[in-house]
Design a protein around this ligand. Structure first.
Ligand code: CUA
Length: 166
């Protein structure tokens, strides 16, 4: 018995070809973004106990703020909280232009968000988990950070600012 060649309609064949090309295109776009442009999804950095993260003297969030780890390189420990009031600690960070800042953000109570205006930083802040993302600030100016997850009646007043000096 001779196998008959399968008949594929020309529209169907073109559509399959188009789908295959799209897949290659998407895979290329994701690879270029991740490896070429360094755009990455914030990874859960570590686990902490939300009940003690703000009070334990061994926890960096008991004294939130900037640490200069190398010239022009900073670690920023930021605590998001709804109790006793909706705020980020610290409310303000000042760095010189050209600085690279690694943000370590966690919550001592409920779920919050963390978005920095004019950057691609926008991630969830979960109690018990540390969210980390590194951003380089080349342009002087004020970059506000705001809460992007509804966290209670004071959600709208939950913000802070990064001041980048020339
Ligand atoms: Cu914190 Cu909304």
């Amino acid at each position: 018995m001779i196998a008959k060649k399968m008949h594929v309609d020309v529209y169907e064949r073109n559509f399959m070809l188009f789908s295959a090309v799209l897949l290659v295109l998407f895979a290329t776009a994701v690879s270029v973004a991740a490896f070429g442009m360094g755009i990455q999804v914030p990874a859960p950095e570590q686990r902490v106990d939300p009940r003690t993260v703000a009070t334990d003297p061994n926890s960096p969030w008991s004294a939130p703020g900037l640490r200069e780890v190398a010239p022009g390189k900073y670690d920023a420990y930021i605590l998001a909280r709804a109790v006793p009031t909706w705020e980020y600690l610290p409310k303000e960070l000042t760095i010189p232009a050209g600085s690279s800042v690694s943000f370590y953000v966690t919550s001592s109570d409920v779920q919050h968000g963390f978005k920095i205006q004019d950057t691609n930083a926008n991630f969830m802040v979960l109690p018990g988990q540390v969210s980390k993302l590194t951003i380089k600030f080349d342009k002087p100016g004020t970059y506000n950070y705001i809460c992007t997850e509804y966290c209670g009646s004071g959600h709208g007043i939950m913000y802070g600012a990064i001041i980048v000096t020339p």
